[in-house]
Ligand binder design. Structure first.
Ligand code: ADP
Length: 672
């Protein structure tokens, strides 16, 4: 008998909790959020109809605290619990506890979860069902000599994996016999610490594999369908960063065989709900079963975009005991979708999580069936040490793979995040890497350094400037001529020089350019590095000369506030700076800078004074021209750094504004 679900508790946080709540709202289902004490003002809490604190920040005391979650479910009289992904999503004991309490667990059957939690049990079962698995050893005998002999039988290189593994932990590649015992000890050690179980399996290590996976869906009446495959080969440290659907360049026969193998897995384990069957594909297009994820995946959105489905709605329908919404024949694959995971992490520090307050969070403005942004954070939120540092998923759809890649480039260009370091630039590098463009990115390519050597140091800044100029020439023609920096350019170099000011990392770049005799000349007009204390330092590396028009292969994506320039594998971001009389402010609008060299004539405001956006703060004179410096936003003046009579360089800090706290206020107002 179908049982209607009218209230769901979401036992998760971040983007996935928000995403589930949205579907519930659309379906008219009430939602209850749970949160740890640091998440009191988090976005998912604000979105839900009700919310309950389940403990302190540490996950084992809150989002993994089954007792507290079940107590909240009871208190709010919910019908069902949706676990999202991660945390308790694949915890069979929790699913069983929900059932014991009379609650519907919106997830996989307990038996399937238990089976798939063990890589060895899963492989043995599926091998017997005729599903191809990677050649290897999945046995119970864990003696190191036995394992060594089995590894020799498989042939080097061999991959050691934890039986209870996940997230790439407890995995070691062994290239030859000499390395085996040390790698085994280290894998066992890691597995014991991460999973409390040091048993391992051995697999043939497939060199240069692609990671493909099939989205399957089953109801409680024995119906199983697939919703095509995803390619998740763009990984770092065995973790996915870019996913797409369908997989490009896959022979039709291989694809069909893989989809059918996935359905065989679903049947063999008597599955129900949303599941993902993961495979690796070797260089000869042979695929092997890797594991099955008994939950919704992070990357389910690309499947939704190519099939026009809402998989959370499907999960709820199946959990209610109703049949699958569509039969296999009615599920079609249309166009191409790509997802990029934006993480708070430091590319210069081995991609370790970067914690801090998100001073600025700006996503592409118009969401539609072509672009989705799933995020659990808002401006002024904090990325903490406690949870996964994913800031957002950008998901795009295009008629073709090329269109989808172009749309993703644009989406990355329109995303601005400050306060923490992010992987935005490296996502762009992967997306524009020839291996990715040609569908031959393999899972360990990024770890092996295919992106290395692509840093901006190897491509001088004037090349990027030249690309921007080529892209924007006509737009600049008008605005540059009218700008106040134009006379400086003319005075310094001559009448046909045009100015251009951009901000790049910590530099304010003021250049002048001229096109004559099929040559583009770029010269430095005023260049400054903005150091922490706002001191200006001269730069000397900005002169360039190029054949015009440029005949190189480059792309410029223009966003409202920035240019993203891609030359070969190199990618750099340049924020626009306006040449008008509104004061130049830094990206956080906390600094008011001198837009050009000159003398400060008058200062109208004092520290502590409140000013309105556009209010004149000071007047300076440059090249016999008076220039009013206006407030970039309504704010309180923190510090006044100069006095009338001071001679300023372009980029000198004149005022520091107090941080904008209105976001924090409104957020608290909304949540309480
Ligand atoms: P986990 O459960 O830790 O995520 P998986 O078994 O799903 O581990 O594998 C994660 C990733 O490791 C795969 O996507 C693939 O990149 C790589 N991998 C796994 N098995 C092999 C193998 N036998 N050969 C080469 N690479 C592999």
């Amino acid at each position: 008998m179908p049982r209607t679900i009218s209230k769901i508790l979401i036992a998760n946080r971040g983007e996935i909790a928000c995403r589930i709540i949205r579907t519930c709202q659309r379906l008219g289902i009430d939602t209850v959020a749970v949160y740890s004490s640091v998440d009191r003002y988090a976005r998912h809490v604000a979105l839900a109809d009700a919310a309950e604190c389940i403990g302190p920040p540490a996950p084992e005391k809150s989002y993994l605290n089954s007792d507290a979650i079940l107590a909240a479910a009871k208190k709010h009289a919910v019908d069902a619990i949706h676990p999202g992904y991660g945390f308790l999503a694949e915890n069979a004991d929790f699913a069983q506890a929900c059932a014991d309490d009379g609650l519907i667990f919106i997830g996989a059957p307990v038996a399937a979860m238990r089976l798939m939690a063990s890589k060895s049990a899963a492989k043995n079962t599926l091998q017997a069902a005729g599903v191809p698995v990677v050649p290897g050893y999945h046995g119970d005998n864990q003696g190191s000599d036995v394992l060594f002999r089995e590894a020799e039988k498989i042939g080097w290189p061999v991959l050691i994996k934890a039986v209870a593994g996940g997230g790439g932990k407890g995995m070691k590649v062994v290239h030859n016999a000499d390395e085996f015992h040390e790698a085994l000890a280290s894998a066992k050690n890691e597995a014991r610490k991460a999973f409390g179980d040091d048993r391992v399996i051995l697999e043939k290590f497939i060199t240069r594999p692609r990671h493909l996976e099939v989205q399957i869906f089953s109801d409680q009446h024995g119906q199983h369908v697939h919703l095509f495959e995803r390619d998740c080969s763009a990984q770092r440290r065995y973790q996915k960063i870019i996913e797409e659907a369908p997989a490009a360049g896959l022979p039709a026969k291989t694809r069909e065989a893989m989809l059918q193998a996935a359905l065989k897995v679903a049947k063999a384990v008597d599955y129900a709900g949303a599941g993902t069957v993961e495979f690796i594909l070797d260089a000869d297009n042979r695929f092997y079963f890797l594991e099955m994820n008994t939950r919704l995946q992070v990357e389910h959105r690309v499947t939704e975009l190519i099939t026009g489905t809402d998989l959370v709605a499907w999960q709820i329908q199946v959990a209610e005991g109703r049949p699958l919404p569509l039969s296999q024949d009615a599920i079609a694959c249309c166009g191409h979708a790509i997802e990029a995971r934006v993480y708070a992490e430091d590319p210069d520090n081995d991609f370790l999580p970067s914690v801090g307050v998100l001073d600025r969070v700006q996503f592409p403005p118009h969401q539609s069936g072509r672009l989705l942004v799933d995020s659990g954070v808002r401006q002024a939120d904090r990325i903490s040490v406690y949870y996964d540092p994913m800031i957002a998923k950008l998901v795009v759809w295009g008629e073709t793979r090329e269109n989808a890649i172009a749309a993703m480039n644009q989406a990355l260009a329109e995303t601005l995040i400050s306060g923490v370091k992010t992987n935005l630039a490296s996502l762009g590098e992967v997306l524009n890497n020839p291996l990715f463009l040609d569908n031959c990115l393999y899972t360990n390519a990024i770890d092996q350094g295919v992106l290395d050597g692509d840093t901006m140091d190897e491509m001088p800044l004037p090349h990027f400037m030249a690309a921007i100029i080529a892209h924007q020439l006509h737009a600049f023609d008008d605005s540059a001529m009218a700008s106040e920096a134009a006379p400086i350019a003319w005075a310094l170099f001559g009448p046909d020089w045009r100015p251009l000011t951009l901000r790049h990392q910590d530099r304010l770049l003021q250049i002048a350019y001229r096109i004559a005799n099929e040559t583009l000349f770029i010269r430095s007009l005023a260049q400054t590095i903005l150091s922490e204390d706002g001191q200006a330092e001269p730069l000397t590396d900005l002169t360039g000369r190029f054949s015009w028009p440029l005949d190189w292969d480059f792309k410029v994506h223009e966003a409202p506030e920035a240019y993203h320039v891609i030359i070969g594998h190199h990618r750099q971001v340049f924020e626009k700076q306006r040449h008008d009389s509104v004061a130049q402010a830094d990206g956080d609008a906390r600094l008011v800078l001198a837009p050009m060299p000159g003398e400060l004539l008058q200062v109208f405001v004092k520290p502590g004074e409140k000013v309105e956006q556009g209010q004149t703060l000071a007047v300076m004179e440059a090249m016999k021209m008076e220039l009013s410096l206006k407030a970039p936003r309504s704010a309180c003046i923190d510090t006044v750094h100069h006095r009338p009579g001071d001679i300023l360089q372009a980029g000198d800090v004149i005022f520091t504004l107090k941080p904008d706290e209105s976001d924090v206020d409104s957020l608290q107002g909304e949540a309480s």
